[in-house]
Each structure stands twice: as structure tokens, then as C-alpha cells.
Ligand binder design. Sequence first.
Ligand code: BDR
Ligand code: CA
Length: 358
Amino acid sequence: MRHRSAETRPESVRKVRPVFVDVDTGVDDALALVYLLASPDTEVVGIASTGGNVGVEQVCENNLGLLKLCGVPGIPVSRGSDRTLTGPLRLPSKVHGPRGLGYADLPRSDGRLTDHDSATAWVRAARAHPGELIGVATGPLTNLALALRAEPALPTLLHRLVIMGGSYDHRGNTTPVAEWNISVDPEAAAEVLAAWTADVVGPQRLAILCGLDLTRRVAMTPDHLARLAAAAGSTTTVLSPSDERGTRSRASNPLIRVIEDAMRFYLEAYHDIGHGYEAHMHDPLAAAVALEPGLVTTAPATVDIELTGTLTRAMTVTDWSGVREPNALIGVDVDAAAFFDRFIERVGPFAQRLSHNA
Ligand code: BDR
Ligand code: CA
């Protein structure tokens, strides 16, 4: 059974949707966050920082800097665990640069982190918005697993959970078979999937998983960036693989400048690993799906995380047979053009408003 769901409520009765996001910021996490901040009828009620693409301190700094840049410094940012459930974090990812945002410089923020950790932040946000909170996880799932240990009712408190993680009948990006977010903390991913079962949340509210097989179909190109700058009313110079490495953006809009400087590094990294001069929008797609599940077609399946394989640890082993109870809705098809239209029409005007308010 495959289904599309859509936001069908008329404008007049649309409510503000509270969203809690757990990120390991990272270029694409940053774009996911900006997308959520730019989306109408959406309130980001908290940001959990998890170590992954870069260490947790840097993730916190990136999140606070982004909020300052976007003119919303008051959103609570919490610090997550600096280790996985079973040991130290992996070394940082190379595709996001040493500070996570490629060549971009974020404004320094004097914003403070919450006095509680990210697991507690998940639980508090869910309890504050019972049945309404949309959770989005675009990093390793350590904080969410710890939150579940603290509050086993978390799955029933959430309205929806969308995770960027895994690779369904498809290759990995960290090992031949495993995707980064799951690879960093496979035990955490296993705990989350074990808790979010159909018995607990019902078959329609299983977690939506966006894996590499899906997100690799959503590749941002220099043309998309040029469209984004135009939608922001910003000047730009179209990025090209023949530009000198590390050329800095001279776009007139400050958010567009940060996006272009971050994206240039990401595009160069993708180019170097043989993907061409385009970069996959893993996390922004998950954020968009969290607000609008109808952007993807999903199919139920039973996913087990391989925890012991010598070659296959962190693989998302997916049973489509329907023999076992499904424990996830897997994103299996996406309208990439619709995603980019949505991204540009939201983030462009948001960036433009920021420059007017500056
Ligand atoms: C995931 O890994 C990270 O590098 C990205 O931010 C994304 O969340 C893709 O495998
Ligand atoms: Ca991420």
C-alpha cells in the first residue's frame, strides 16, 4: 500500500504548527533549519544540537549563529550528548568543512544554550504541545533515544516524526551499505524504531523515514541557487565548477551570502567524490516532508538496524513483505521540482525580509 497525504485544511482554519528539530548542523541541516524558519504557519519551538557532521559544541555555535542571522535569536537551543549511546562520536564528516558550514561565516551570537540538555528539550517540547508537535531529526538519533528513555510516552505525545536517515534497498554514504546519521549511532536508531511502532502510534503515524535512495533524487544545482537569489531580490554570481576554490559570495543579501558560501563548499565536496557539481538536499527534504508529508509517496515497511554485522553495521535492513508489522513509512518517491519550488518560494522572500529589517 502506497499513499500520499496532503495538507487539505483551508487557509482560514490553519493553525501554527509547533516543530522541534534535532540537527548536527552541517550545510544541509542549516538549509533545513532556514526552510523551517521561513515556512508560514510554523513555529520552531526548540532546536536540539547533536554531534555528527561536526562536534556538538560547533553544532551549538552554528545553530545560535544561524538564529542570529535569521533574526530569531530567542528560539531555545539545547546542547546534546557529546557521545553516542555506546561510545565516542565518529570523526567529523568531510563534506561540510571543519566548522560545518563550508566557507560561510556566521555572525557571532551571544545567545545562550538552555540549561537543560537536548533529550530533556525533546521531552519538554512534546509535553508542552501534546499531540501537536512535529519532530524532525536530521542528525544522529542519540538525543531522541535518550529522550525516549526519559519519557517512553514520547511517540504518543508527538503528532508526527520525520527522520532523515538510512538507505532503503540502496547503497550507503558512510560504508558501502550504511548512511551517515544511522552510522554515527545505530543503537540509538534501533531504540527509536523499536519505540515508534504501529501498536503505539497507529499505522498512519509511524515515523516517516527519508533515506538516501530518496534524498539523492533532490540535487541542488547552481541554477537553483541563482533562482533563490533572484527570489530574495539579491545580486549573485552563478557558482561554477571552474571558479577558483573557495571563492566567496558577493551576493547583496546576507542570508543568500551565507547559503552560497556554505553551498560552494558542499558542491565542491560532492564534485570531488564524483557526484558532479550538485549536492543532495537530504535534510531540507526531511524538513519539508515534516510540514507537508504529501511531498513524498510513502510505503510501510519493517526496518531493522543491523547492529552486529562486521561489514554491514548500521545498514537499514528493510522488509517489504508485509509479513511483519511495519514500523516505519519509507519515503519512496518525491517530486524534486515541487520541493525546489517550495524551497525557493519560502526562503527567497524570507531572506529579502531579513535584509529589509536589518
Ligand atoms: C546525512 O548525513 C549528513 O552528512 C547530512 O547532514 C545528512 O543529515 C546524509 O546522510
Ligand atoms: Ca544532518
